[in-house]
Design a protein around this ligand. Sequence first.
Ligand SMILES: [Zn+2]
Length: 176
Amino acid sequence: MLVDSHCHLDHLDLADYQNSLSQLLDAARQCGVGQFLSVGVDLATSARLIEMAQSCRDIVVSVGVHPLQRALPPLPTVAELLGLGRRPGVVAIGETGLDNYYGREQADWQEQSFIHHLQAAAQLGKPVIVHTRDAREQTLALLRAHADTEVGGVIHCFTENWQMARAAMDLNFLIS
Ligand SMILES: [Zn+2]
C-alpha cells in the first residue's frame, strides 16, 4: 500500500476528473494509494479538511497555518491549534515552519507561529509537519527548544545540506 504523506486535497486542479474529487481519489486508489494525508495551510482550510476526513476513511489530515501567507493572518494561538488538533482524523500538526526564501519580512510572525505549532503538537503527542527553507539554524534551534523529540515529525520541502538532515534526524524528524 502506498501512502501519500503530503497532499492538499482542497487545492487540486480537478479538470481531468470532471471536477470531482472522488473521481480523482478513486484513480489514486486504483494505483495503490491507500491513505491520503491532506495537509492544512490555514485554520479555515484545516477545519474543512477535518470535515472531509469524516466522510472518507482513507483521508487523514493535519492542521496548521503555512509559513508563507500573502497577507499575514492573526497569529494562530496554541488553544486554536489544540482545538482543531484534537478532532477525529487529525494525525499531525502543520504545515508550519520558517521560510526566508522570499525575504524576512514575515520572520517574526513565522517564528511565533512555528513555536505555537510545536507547543500544541507536543501537548497532543502528534508529529509536526515542518516546511522550512533558508532557515537552517533557526529551525533546528526552535525544534530543540520546543519539539517533542519522542514524537518528532517530518521536515518537508527539505532543500538544505547533509549536516542539517543529520541534525534533524537526531531530533527524530524524517526528511522529505
Ligand atoms: Zn504542502
